[in-house]
Design a binder for this molecule. Structure first.
Ligand code: HEC
Ligand code: HEC
Ligand code: HEC
Ligand code: HEC
Ligand code: HEC
Length: 468
């Protein structure tokens, strides 16, 4: 039996769109993946777009806002080897190294979900996207001229390690928190949140920008360089939300020992001072799947905790014609930005509803995972979907013109959805509602050609009640 929403709140009017348009398009996309790639103008479009990209807004150092992309690129060009291998930091900053070494920043390049998407973008654009994607996923290779070619064949060891210590700790300026508009200054000076420590290996310098979410925003805010389509909006979303107003930063939730604002007292280095909080470097997000595949139980558990901290469910029932109307309220109680956030054109968050009678018979379902590991096409799904220049829906960020569909839950806010359960409200039926998350849809995993991956779901929140 299927869900037929009755009291449709504003956002949910978009739901039929999923059935009518998104599903056929996902199928068409799978099809297109095997046949042809769009005729798309390459580097010209990309670099021209970069030049046109609007400047201004949240610059941390106002002086440089009018630097053009070409000027930023010139300043950021270094010799191979200019950035230090993270191994060199490991001896003294052992705990930080070990946390980072298993984080997604470490694997930003070698990521098995990134690589197929990246190589597909490269093939379909004749290499136009190679450098653009590399800016965030292999920033050291990019800034030391080792990219392209896209296969990483010219990379040195440091470059393969994604977003690493010396990349982050030698950033000296944020020009604008989008598309990596920051300035690198690799060398003896390591910049961080203090400046009062003493190291025999390097100089330390206090850097306000490292304590500022705009530092993260340089990468966690992505716009398509020529169309201007919003690809990732985590920073902008945080910036206009309640946590920014309260001064709760990305660092306060993602560089602490667990969800919420917690302290991690200790030393950041064997030779360092005792501190009341040392920033942790696990950078947990929602990627349980990624870490489980990497046999990294500790990080997988952290990601699970983050997902569980993000959301809460409430339910209400009212008598309705032919049954009971079940109202589900999905609250974003713990994330500093929308849930989901990031690459929400790949990720999926959805509601699973199951009503059973007192004899155990299932009388209603919505959002169940079907045999082929796809989700019930009538499910209530939270995600974004792009439209390309021809107006077709597409999950390919590199041909995105604009966002066609966006259903996500803002921080400290909620969404509501009503389900009509066709049973009498006589206390003889129970309903279970689960909010589920997965790192990518099964359609996306299949299209990326990730062999034998049945994308698993993680439960973010659950509510149960008797229907009366
Ligand atoms: C020989 C030991 C040693 C090595 C090697 C080392 N550090 Fe340090 N580092 C220290 C000490 C000691 C401190 C001061 C810690 C304190 O007192 O809080 C420090 C502090 C820092 C800080 C904090 C700066 C601040 O003021 O906020 C950063 C960032 C940093 N190191 C980065 C690095 C990076 C990146 C590498 C590798 C390229 C590295 N360190 C290698 C010993 C070392
Ligand atoms: C994605 C960027 C990023 C990467 C990668 C990164 N750091 Fe950091 N690190 C930061 C930020 C931001 C802070 C300050 C956090 C804050 O303000 O709470 C920090 C803080 C530190 C501190 C000071 C800790 C304290 O609280 O006293 C040290 C030392 C440090 N990092 C060393 C390292 C080392 C060593 C590596 C690699 C193993 C590394 N970092 C990788 C961004 C990064
Ligand atoms: C140089 C660009 C860059 C900077 C600066 C950066 N990040 Fe990231 N971050 C990335 C990339 C790229 C990924 C994804 C890597 C992947 O999955 O392939 C990522 C992943 C993450 C994740 C894991 C998400 C998940 O799905 O589990 C978190 C959390 C995160 N970053 C937080 C931060 C925070 C907080 C800061 C600032 C202190 C920051 N990042 C700074 C590029 C960056
Ligand atoms: C109040 C705490 C809080 C703040 C502030 C916060 N986050 Fe998060 N973040 C979370 C929680 C909880 C999750 C897990 C839920 C999810 O994945 O959507 C999360 C998830 C993420 C993810 C993984 C998204 C995914 O599913 O792929 C990234 C990336 C991220 N945050 C980056 C940031 C950045 C960058 C900032 C600052 C601009 C920030 N966060 C601010 C709590 C916070
Ligand atoms: C300005 C920075 C930036 C650029 C440029 C960028 N990305 Fe990313 N990418 C990120 C961040 C940040 C994340 C992590 C967000 C999250 O966890 O949801 C990410 C995550 C991803 C993921 C998901 C990885 C996973 O493990 O789930 C894929 C796939 C991806 N990017 C592909 C690309 C491709 C292809 C390009 C070029 C067309 C590109 N990215 C360009 C910042 C960037």
């Amino acid at each position: 039996m299927k869900n037929k929403p009755e009291n449709i709140p504003p956002m949910t009017k978009k739901q039929p769109l999923f059935r009518r348009i998104i599903l056929p398009v996902v199928i068409a996309w799978l099809f297109a993946f095997f046949i042809a790639s769009p005729d798309y103008d390459r580097s010209a479009a990309y670099s021209a777009g970069q030049e046109q990209a609007k400047s201004g807004g949240n610059s941390v150092e106002a002086d440089s806002t009018d630097l053009s992309n070409r000027e930023i690129e010139e300043i950021n060009t270094f010799e191979p080897g200019a950035f230090e291998n993270p191994n060199r930091c490991a001896g003294c900053h052992r705990e930080i190294y070990e946390a980072w070494n298993k984080s997604k920043h470490r694997f930003a390049w070698e990521d098995p979900f990134y690589q197929p998407d990246y190589l597909k973008a490269s093939r379909e654009t004749g290499g136009a996207t190679d450098v653009f994607c590399g800016e965030c996923h292999a920033p050291i290779a990019r800034r030391t001229g080792l990219l392209p070619p896209p296969d990483g064949s010219r990379f040195d060891e440091t470059s393969t390690k994604g977003v690493s210590c010396d990349y982050c700790h030698t950033v000296k300026e944020i020009v604008e928190p989008v598309n990596v508009k920051n300035i690198s200054d690799p060398g003896r000076v390591k910049r961080g949140p203090r400046g009062d420590g003493r190291s025999p290996y390097h100089e330390v310098q206090y850097s306000a920008i490292h304590t500022d979410p705009a530092f993260c925003g340089a990468c966690h805010n992505v716009t398509h360089p020529s169309s201007g389509a919003v690809v990732i909006d985590t920073y902008n979303d945080w910036k206009k939300g309640p946590y920014a107003r309260e001064g709760i930063r990305c660092q306060d939730c993602h560089m602490t020992p667990g969800p919420g604002v917690k302290k991690n007292p200790g030393k950041s280095s064997v030779m360092g001072e005792e501190r009341d909080h040392v920033a942790t470097h696990f950078f947990p997000g929602g990627s349980v799947l990624f870490h489980e595949r990497d046999d990294n139980e500790q990080q997988a558990a952290l990601a699970r905790e983050m997902l569980e901290a993000a959301a809460a469910l409430e339910t209400e029932t009212t008598p309705a014609a032919g049954g009971v109307a079940l109202l589900v309220r999905i609250k974003n109680v713990g994330a500093g930005h929308k849930i989901p956030t990031g690459v929400t054109y790949i990720r999926q968050m959805w509601l699973e509803v199951t009503a059973t009678s007192d004899t155990g018979e299932v009388v209603f379902t919505s959002g169940h995972v079907l045999e082929d590991n796809r989700i019930d096409p009538e499910a209530v799904v939270y995600q974004t979907v792009f439209k390309d220049a021809q107006g077709n829906l597409t999950p390919k960020s590199w041909i995105a013109e604009e966002i066609a569909y966006d259903r996500r839950i803002p921080p400290k806010s909620y969404d509501e959805q009503t389900f009509d359960i066709p049973v009498a409200g006589n206390g003889k039926h129970r309903v279970t509602v689960r909010l589920l998350y997965r790192s990518m849809s099964q359609e996306a995993a299949d299209a990326l050609g990730i062999e034998g991956l049945d994308v698993p779901a993680v439960e973010m929140a659950r509510a149960e009640r008797t229907l009366n």
